[in-house]
Design a protein around this ligand. Structure first.
Ligand SMILES: Nc1ncnc2c1ncn2[C@@H]1O[C@H](COP(=O)(O)OP(=O)(O)OP(=O)(O)O)[C@@H](O)[C@H]1O
Length: 282
């Protein structure tokens, strides 16, 4: 089943001359991991805000077209329905906290859902194990590092068990160590959770590593949508949209060409390494 279907979507923010989204048509199958890539101001956040229903609900502007979640138009969904179906994590973890301890922070969303205390306890235990935050539960969120805060923000969303989780540049405000940490958490989420995960991200190597499907947004349009294997085959096309194709992917593509191999070269690091070793006879 499709988790998301978007047809003929156009959105123009009030006061802007140009639409931020132009004739978007796409569908995303449930339980896939999707990476959204594109240059600055290309429309990535605007697109995920439409999937989360923040647009048109919280913004003024001109909206045309339709977004469906699991077959139902978001125009027909209540705010509560959308909130339960789609969880969203933003880049600034500080902006997301309201409670005095990590445990309370995770419990807050669950209490709002009206869950019984026993279920809240179970979910907190489950999500703390999954995201490796057991040792942080009693700490105040403001006392944690940026990476830990982002981990808590993600845990709070996972605990609510939405069917779609959107992460909008979840690592952009973190140091390299914390970034890696969040990428391994995304890997765990992909492996362990049965949800549709959408990540807006500038780190193309990591997206190639994690995503089943990639969407390239440029100047408010979806320029390309496809499986990660093969997505970067036309380097010139991708780079003409101000997205840099990772060097490792370029290298293995060159090697494939030199050896006269047909088909798409791999895009995941381990597979690139293995293919390169075989082709170079190491
Ligand atoms: N609240 C807003 N009001 C008016 N215009 C906006 C608003 N938010 C975004 N825009 C405009 O919409 C266009 C797309 O912006 P958006 O933030 O969706 O891009 P993005 O690809 O997520 O960028 P980045 O990678 O820099 O975060 C830009 O021209 C931007 O200036």
């Amino acid at each position: 089943m499709n988790a998301i279907e978007i047809s003929g979507l156009n959105w123009k923010y009030s006061g802007k001359d140009q639409p931020a989204l132009k004739d978007i048509n796409l569908s995303i199958c449930e339980n896939t991991f999707v990476g959204i890539i594109g240059s600055n101001e290309s429309g990535k956040t605007t697109l995920v805000s439409c999937i989360k229903g923040l647009i048109p609900e919280n913004y003024s502007g001109v909206y045309k077209g339709e977004v469906k979640l699991f077959g139902k138009s978001i125009k027909e969904c209540s705010t509560v329905d959308i909130a339960r179906t789609v969880g969203m994590v933003f880049s600034d973890p500080d902006a997301q906290f309201t409670s005095m301890s990590v445990e309370e922070e995770i419990a807050f969303g669950l209490e709002n859902m009206g869950l019984p205390v026993s279920e809240i306890k179970e979910r907190i235990e489950w999500v703390s194990r999954l995201t490796s935050i057991e040792s942080l539960l009693e700490k105040p969120p403001y006392d944690l590092s940026g990476g830990q805060k982002q981990r808590i923000a993600i845990a709070s969303i996972i605990a609510m068990k939405p069917r779609i989780i959107i992460l909008d540049e979840p690592t952009s405000m973190l140091d390299p160590f914390a970034k890696d940490n969040i990428f391994s958490l995304l890997q765990t989420m992909k492996r362990e959770l049965k949800v549709t995960i959408i990540v807006v991200e500038h780190n193309i190597e990591k997206i190639a590593e994690l995503a089943d499907q990639i969407i390239l947004v440029s100047d408010g349009r979806v320029e390309k949508i496809g499986e990660s294997q093969g997505f970067f085959d036309d380097i010139e096309f991708i780079e003409s949209h101000s997205v840099k194709v990772p060097e490792a992917i370029k290298f293995i593509q060159r090697l494939y060409k030199e050896k006269g191999l047909c088909g798409s070269a791999p895009v995941r690091f381990d597979e690139i390494k293995k293919a390169a070793e075989e082709l170079l006879g190491k």
